[in-house]
Design a protein around this ligand. Structure first.
Ligand SMILES: CC(=O)N[C@H]1[C@@H](OP(=O)(O)OP(=O)(O)OC[C@H]2O[C@@H](n3ccc(=O)[nH]c3=O)[C@H](O)[C@@H]2O)O[C@H](CO)[C@@H](O)[C@@H]1O
Ligand SMILES: C=C(OP(=O)(O)O)C(=O)O
Length: 429
């Protein structure tokens, strides 16, 4: 199993190219199931989750080519991939495939809309909470889909197609909003979604669906109206920049100190997190094509944070910000409101010398003068990268074990950091 070795103490200086967003690429790839035409996606990041979803889509009959070939171009950070679901050969998404990645459950939306039936295993994904699928089920039922759960599978059937309807989410769900958007695109009538997720990845999916011929308005706001159409066509669409990767590297610079331009990204995707970094004493300057992040010598201020759905502080940056606060002057409180078990990084950060106590959904982080390198274990995707951030500022050597979590969501992390002067290497075994 690969490990990452970091020797702390170097500042970061240079340019870091930001990849396409994992959390936008995955639903966009799934949208290819909605049409027998080719959906071309630009700026698709080269990640384990993307490769896994290619396998899952292949099981349903989706063919793909990367820049005209089946193999990835090793030199490219993000790629253009063509997806074609000429025929859906299987409407079952089996446990062996779906259990590895939560987003794969979302195939239920296009499969039910295009084929009138779907049998999809209950999902897996990062172990950060119970992560039920009740909202997907209730939402689809509101559009006339019949659903039963049997043997760990969700069996969905809509022999007369997706019906007009209205669904108000009792709680914001990004994934369930994606699924209802995809299913409703082919509805027989108008679908209203209320209290929808406003994350930029939802708007990115809606833009793509509209380019395919869907009639969606309001995506990116809590109320989305979809006028169903009979069929969707192919399209060409660009995956938006990864706001979580952007925030992660901004926090890495804040932690290590230095002067870095984050390229091919957009500050408007993560205003809340960037403002928080400014409060912590980091210079953050939006540019035409990215963000300039700088921190020279001065100490970090302690800032309290509470995660929230967009435009709030993202839960996917909570672990990284906690790593940063371990070195702040004073005490910060970090409250997680989205997932009930997203503090697995706390005990690993403590191995590096962090002083953190937990009470319910709030972590109290008392800044320490120094962190010390140690062996730590990655427990989930964002927790893994929080350990890398901590390692950049720790004295001596930090070894992060189980980095397969990291490979789900960060494209060539060690290369991007090394080019800016960090000592980070992958130890393959
Ligand atoms: C691939 C992807 O895009 N993953 C992101 C997506 O996950 P994902 O789409 O899984 O997250 P959701 O927005 O659905 O989850 C938000 C909350 O709603 C709960 N819930 C969700 C569905 C449901 O049927 N019932 C229910 O109770 C979840 O357990 C969680 O507590 O949004 C999360 C919240 O921004 C991010 O952390 C993930 O990185
Ligand atoms: C939690 C995440 O991913 P997933 O929803 O795929 O588990 C994430 O991207 O941080």
């Amino acid at each position: 199993m690969d490990r990452i070795r970091i020797v702390g103490g170097n500042s970061l200086n240079g340019v870091i190219p930001i990849s396409g967003a994992k959390n936008a690429a995955l639903p966009l790839m799934i949208a290819s199931l909605l049409t027998d035409d080719t959906l071309t996606l630009e700026n698709v990041p080269h990640l384990a989750d993307v490769e896994q979803l290619i396998r899952i889509l292949g099981n349903h009959g989706v063919d793909y080519s990367v820049n005209g070939r089946r193999q990835a171009q090793d030199s490219a950070y993000s790629r253009t991939i063509h997806f074609t679901a000429r025929n859906i050969v299987d409407t079952t998404a089996p446990y062996e495939l779906v259990s590895k990645m939560r987003a794969s459950f979302w195939v239920i939306g296009p499969l039910i809309a295009r084929m009138g039936k779907a049998r999809v295993s209950l999902p897996g994904g990062c172990a950060i909470g119970t992560r039920p699928v009740d909202l997907f089920i209730d939402g689809l039922k509101a559009l006339g889909v019949e659903i039963e759960i049997d043997g760990g599978y969700v069996n969905a059937s809509a022999p007369n197609g997706i019906q007009a309807g209205r669904y108000e989410f009792p709680k914001v769900s990004v994934g369930a909003t994606h699924v209802l958007l995809m299913a409703a695109s082919l509805a027989r009538g108008t679908v209203e979604i209320h209290n929808a997720a406003c994350e930029p990845e939802v708007a990115n999916l809606a833009d793509c669906l509209n380019a395919m011929g869907a009639r969606i308005s309001g995506a990116g706001t809590p109320t989305i109206i979809i006028e169903g159409v009979d069929a969707l066509s192919g399209a060409r669409h660009r995956v938006l920049p990864d706001r979580i990767e952007t925030g992660t590297y901004a926090m890495a610079v804040a932690m290590a100190g230095g002067d870095v331009v984050l390229e091919d990204t957009n500050a408007s995707l993560l205003e809340n997190a960037l403002d928080t970094l400014r409060q912590a004493g980091t210079e953050v300057i939006p540019t035409n094509s990215g963000i300039h992040v700088r921190r020279n010598g001065a100490g970090l201020e302690a800032v309290d944070v509470m995660t929230d759905p967009f435009p709030g502080f993202p839960t996917d940056l909570q672990a990284q910000f906690m790593a940063l606060m371990t070195r702040a002057k004073g005490t910060s409180q970090i409250t997680e409101t989205i997932f009930e078990n997203r503090f697995m990084h706390v005990q690993e950060l403590a191995r590096l010398g962090a002083d953190i106590s937990l009470s319910g959904q709030t972590a109290t982080v008392r800044g320490v003068d120094a962190l010390n390198g140690a062996q730590v274990m990655a427990t989930d995707l964002r927790a893994s990268v929080s350990l890398v951030i901590a390692g950049l500022a720790a004295e001596g050597e930090t070894i992060v074990n189980r980095v397969y979590h990291l490979d789900r969501g960060f494209e060539r992390l060690e290369e991007k950091l090394t080019r800016c002067g960090a000592t980070v290497e992958r130890l393959s075994s």
